[in-house]
Each structure stands twice: as structure tokens, then as C-alpha cells.
Design a protein around this ligand. Structure first.
Ligand SMILES: NC(=O)c1ccc[n+]([C@@H]2O[C@H](COP(=O)([O-])OP(=O)(O)OC[C@H]3O[C@@H](n4cnc5c(N)ncnc54)[C@H](O)[C@@H]3O)[C@@H](O)[C@H]2O)c1
Length: 261
């Protein structure tokens, strides 16, 4: 056991849970924050079975008061907070710009973007007072390269990359590290969050996830290493470096690739 602490939003499932277990294997204490209590309680039991300490805290990242309460609970349980992982996210409705209802854009922005912003805003104050801390924001490769038909999700994740870049500059001299994670698809329960899906869309996402070369556990191990090394950009899938590289080195080739049919 060590006395290091990490709070992870969306830690009841998928990448959040895998990351919680990866930190637990290193002896860290974990706050599992999520809207899914049943899965959260299971995650806490799995962490405790590894010999680490953990607690579940109900937190809807769409509500500032929930994140404030999560922050306050962490300071009641622990003497300091070492790492915040803004992981909670959803996949919003897929489709062309004139087909996706505004309410779906709002949902993507409120959870995927503003959930991260709320977490950074509330925990950064404590990190500054402590004189140390680390923020990990889970974005997506969809935040770096455009995927047609995924406008609301891509835009929310692109904004998370932007906020993370801003934070890195703003917090570097306060001894607060920042990591932004941009994975491609991997198998989780993410498609359950798809609302107003057309028939078959959820199955298509699940099938694409099944093809992934990486698991949530693989990515979680890389997140632990990135925090220890204070690495800013984490692209867990090797193919993502190629796609992102093409966009930066040859914008015209990138445009051709994303517009071809
Ligand atoms: N799975 C992928 O292919 C993939 C790829 C790139 C990025 N991501 C990102 O990884 C992160 C984790 O997703 P995942 O794939 O593990 O999915 P998941 O659905 O398995 O886990 C997401 C968790 O977030 C929780 N959550 C949803 N809305 C919430 C809210 N308002 N407040 C608090 N918790 C909430 C869910 O209950 C769930 O436990 C997300 O930000 C997602 O966008 C996933």
C-alpha cells in the first residue's frame, strides 16, 4: 500500500474501471465516481480484493454540485488528492448535421466537455493549494481527426483536447501535470449510452469495438505510466499516430481521406 490517491469519474465500467484496477494494483486508494451505483459497488469490491482501499460516490458530471460534493468527500476520506481522471463520457446520436437533434449536441457537450471542465475547475483549486496534482482528461481520436456522422461526439472531444492544452500551459508552473488520452475504439459498454439510435447502430459500434487491437486494460496500464512520466499526449493505438501525423504533415491528403466515399 502507498498513500497515493486517485479519483476517477465514470469508474463503474469500461476504461474508468480498468484504470481504477490498474492504480489499485500499484497500491493507490481510489474514489469510484459514477451514476451507476450497482456497477460501481462491484468495482469497489474488485479493488478491495486487490488489497487497496476504495469507496463509491454517486456523481453526475453534468452537475457542478455533484462534482463539488465528490471533491469534498475525497478530502474527508483522504489528506490529499493526487490525481483526478475525468473519464465519464457518452456516445451521442450518430448522423448527418441536419438529422441529429440539438438535444443530442447538448447532451454530448454537457457530459463529455462540461463534465471535464467542471472537474478541472473544482479540483485545480485544491491542486494549487496542495502545490501538486495531476489531471487526466479522456478525449478520443475523434477529437483529433474528423469522423463524418459523429459531429457532436467529435466536437465535444476536440474541445477536451483544447482545454487540456490550455491547462498544460496554465498549470505547468504550479507543479500540476496534465495528460490527455485519445484512444481509438476498444471494447466497453459505451454503446449503451447511445440514445435515439437508428436500428443497427449500436450493433455496428459494438462490432467495430470487437475488432480493436487494444483492451481497456491495455490502455489503463498506459495511463498509469503516463501519469508517472507526466506525459501530455497519450495515443494508445499505434494507428492513431499515423492518422494524426497525416493530418498535421499533409492537410490536403487528410482532407481527401475524410471526404472520399
Ligand atoms: N470505448 C471506446 O471505444 C472509446 C474510445 C475513445 C474514447 N472513449 C472514452 O472513454 C471514456 C470511458 O468510456 P468507456 O468506453 O469506458 O464507456 P463505458 O460506458 O463502459 O463507461 C463510461 C462510464 O461513464 C459513466 N457515465 C456516463 N455518464 C455519466 C455522467 N453524466 N456522470 C458520471 N458518470 C457517467 C457510465 O455510467 C459508465 O460507467 C469516455 O469518455 C469515452 O468517450 C472510449
Amino acid at each position: 500500500m502507498n498513500n497515493k490517491t486517485v479519483v476517477i469519474t465514470g469508474a463503474s465500467s469500461g476504461l474508468g474501471k480498468a484504470t481504477a484496477l490498474a492504480f489499485a494494483r500499484q497500491g493507490w486508494q481510489i474514489a469510484v465516481a459514477d451514476i451507476n451505483q450497482e456497477r460501481g459497488d462491484e468495482a469497489v469490491e474488485e479493488i478491495k480484493a486487490l488489497g487497496s482501499q476504495a469507496f463509491f460516490h454517486y456523481c453526475n458530471v453534468a452537475k457542478s454540485e455533484d462534482i463539488q460534493a465528490l471533491h469534498d468527500r475525497c478530502l474527508e476520506e483522504w489528506t490529499q488528492i493526487d490525481v483526478l481522471i475525468n473519464n465519464a463520457g457518452i456516445v451521442s446520436a450518430l448522423g448527418a448535421i441536419d438529422r441529429v437533434p440539438m438535444v443530442e449536441w447538448q447532451r454530448a457537450m454537457d457530459i463529455n466537455l462540461m463534465g471535464v471542465v467542471r472537474g478541472c475547475s473544482i479540483f485545480a483549486r485544491t491542486f494549487k493549494e496542495q502545490g501538486a496534482g495531476h489531471i487526466v482528461n479522456i478525449a478520443s481520436i475523434a477529437g483529433l481527426i474528423t469522423i463524418p456522422g459523429m459531429g457532436s461526439y467529435s466536437a465535444s472531444k476536440a474541445a477536451v483536447v483544447s482545454v487540456s492544452e490550455m491547462l498544460r500551459a496554465e498549470l505547468k508552473h504550479k507543479n500540476i501535470g496534465v495528460t490527455v488520452v485519445c484512444p481509438s475504439l476498444f471494447r466497453t459498454n459505451l454503446s449503451e449510452s447511445l440514445m435515439n439510435a437508428k436500428e443497427g447502430q449500436q450493433e455496428v459500434i459494438d462490432q467495430q469495438m470487437e475488432k480493436s487491437s487494444m483492451t481497456a486494460e491495455d490502455i489503463a496500464e498506459k495511463i498509469v505510466s503516463a501519469v508517472k512520466a507526466n506525459q501530455f499526449m497519450l495515443l494508445p493505438h499505434k494507428t492513431s499516430w499515423f492518422h494524426w501525423g497525416v493530418k498535421r504533415l499533409s492537410p490536403s491528403l487528410y482532407q481527401w481521406l475524410i471526404t472520399r466515399r
